[in-house]
Design a protein around this ligand. Sequence first.
Ligand SMILES: *Cc1c(COP(=O)(O)O)cnc(C)c1O
Length: 223
Amino acid sequence: MVNKENYYGILKETEELAVGLIAVSKFKSIEDIQMLYDLGHRDFGENYVQELVEKQKALPKDIRWHFIGNLQRNKVKDIAPFIHLIHGVDSFRLFKEINKQGLRQERSIDCLLQIHIAEEETKFGMDEKELVEFFQFYETGLSDLKNVRIKGLMGMSTFTEDKDQVREEFKRLKTIYKFTKNSYFIGKDYFQEISMGMSGDYKIALEEGSTLIRVGSLIFGNR
Ligand SMILES: *Cc1c(COP(=O)(O)O)cnc(C)c1O
């Protein structure tokens, strides 16, 4: 089921701010996705490779698929032909594999680096030190990395009722974003995305400068 009232409400909020809305359709049926597609929506997010590949085959080819989960290196090849944006890049090894598969597909694959901003250890992403290390590899390997492009950063806040904590975590991601842009992407207009905010915290994320929100349950109902 698609909750049209919620969908149009969130769409209006994002359009006013020129922010992208990704409808997170994991565990949801082809029919549900098709229903939202028929309302005009084109950006969908999934976080399991096999599920994504099956849905991609079955659904219209102009859907922009976002991979928002933890991506294993040996699965990159399965999504490389069609993926629009990979949100969860958290190591240079994964990044290099995306480049390799992009080369094989004769395309450039866009991705976001995932930053660990939550307190839960179970959440993925790089801390500041790992990010700096990533860019040491990146800058030395740049001439060989022609089939992958870093468009920005992604983060997930702690699952908590404490709105101030969530806001602080989003502020931190914004700070890391600015640092990264000023350190490594001066004059590179494509580095412009901050993917943060889900059903429970997207309003705070919008206030803190998100450019892409990833909303599932508010649009499709609980999983
Ligand atoms: C599931 C998921 C979402 C959407 O979560 P909701 O709370 O249903 O909006 C967003 N981002 C990631 C990385 C997810 O795994």
